[in-house]
Design a protein around this ligand. Structure first.
Ligand SMILES: [Mn+2]
Length: 356
């Protein structure tokens, strides 16, 4: 946490004198403490976590000595005490978190100038792109929970089971296997529904000859995992096998480009150019991937227009897909850790087509 607070403090080397962190996710990132309310306030001299009575004891026990915990009755009184004490003139706020109505409250209550145009949210997302060893471990743990649950679920896949039943069962298994919660509404769709990249599990029953798409993730200690597998029930037609193979090759070609100093565009182009060369470019309508961490979608976006260069410690997904309207779709997704020795696939489950 000290390192993170120090990086935040480096942003105060210019004209501004304090930073107010208000979003749940960034309070967690900078304090290590999860709560539904509160703030982290950082000045050149002070770093405090402000929480109310409900969280005070847990917060004191949780955060290290580098952050003071303040139990507030009225949060603005506590903030203004520090502001007056340290002669703070300006407060940089999280521009992506503060609503218009909240901003008017901050302007009214805080006894310093509120700075809205610092792009603080984006700067923090840049910090968060590079994961520490501990963050990587948590994401790997989340992934292992998701994989174990998925492998257990495969035993209950048969004709007549509904998509919704698969989703409910999978969520149950993940929580039983140690997930804090699911990372997003799990996608378990089949047959024609698989042509919808973000289809919603319905009461449709599984039929022989269906593709079944599982886009699944778990959360462990705040960190998310993300993986997609497409399997076939009973049999797959030649067309299904052909499309599956194109998507798999596109995935592998993108993975090869997940190398330090390559850009996100390099990775996206590898998958996109291959799918386009096979004549299916128009059926791959989303980005190749995204960063994963405290949120399921973080910077960077893995797309042909994104020039951000890959650095060791980033975790991005590689998830090309082909979606044929009213027929079927295929997506294969893993998370990859960027390392100085090349890409590290964070999934352990095979990517070859499974016919159940
Ligand atoms: Mn994803």
């Amino acid at each position: 946490m000290l390192e993170r607070i120090s990086k935040l403090r480096e942003l105060l080397e210019g004209e501004h004198s304090s930073i107010l962190i208000t979003s749940d996710v960034n309070r967690l990132y900078f304090s290590g403490f999860k709560s539904s309310a509160g703030a982290v306030f950082v000045t050149k001299n002070t770093a405090v976590l402000l929480v109310d009575f409900r969280y005070y004891e847990a917060a004191v026990n949780s955060v290290g000595s580098e952050i003071d915990v303040i139990c507030y009755k009225k949060i603005f009184d506590s903030l203004n005490d520090i502001i007056l004490d340290e002669n703070i003139k300006s407060v940089i706020i999280e521009d992506d978190d503060v609503t218009v109505s909240r901003l008017s409250v901050l302007n009214k209550e805080i006894k310093a100038e509120i700075i809205t145009n610092f792009s603080l949210s984006d700067k923090i997302l840049n910090f968060r792109m590079i994961k520490s060893e501990q963050e990587i471990d948590k994401i790997v743990t989340a992934q292992k929970i998701a994989e174990k649950s998925y492998l257990q679920l495969l035993n209950s896949i048969k004709q007549g089971v509904t998509e919704r039943e698969l989703a409910v069962e999978l969520e149950y298994l993940m929580k039983k296997n140690g997930a804090e919660r699911v990372a997003f509404e799990l996608i378990t769709i089949s047959g024609r529904n698989t042509s919808l990249p973000h289809g919603v599990p319905s009461d449709k029953k599984l039929c022989n000859g269906d593709f079944i798409t599982f886009d699944i993730g778990a959360v462990y200690d705040g960190y998310h995992s993300d993986m997609t597998r497409t399997v076939a029930l009973s049999y797959a037609t030649d067309e299904m096998k052909e499309i599956y193979d194109i998507v798999l090759q596109a995935h592998l070609k993108a993975a090869e480009r997940i190398v330090v100093n390559n850009t996100c565009a390099d990775v996206d182009n590898a998958a996109r150019d291959y799918i386009t060369s096979k004549g299916y470019g128009e059926y791959f309508g989303h980005t190749t991937g995204h960063g994963v961490g405290l949120e399921i979608h973080e910077k960077p976006t893995v797309y042909k227009t994104e020039k951000i260069q890959l650095e060791s410690g980033m975790i991005i997904t590689d998830e090309p897909g082909i979606y044929l309207p009213s027929k079927f779709g295929v997506r294969i997704e893993d998370m990859y850790l960027v390392t100085d020795n090349g890409p590290k696939d964070l999934a352990f489950i095979d990517k070859e087509l499974i016919i159940l």
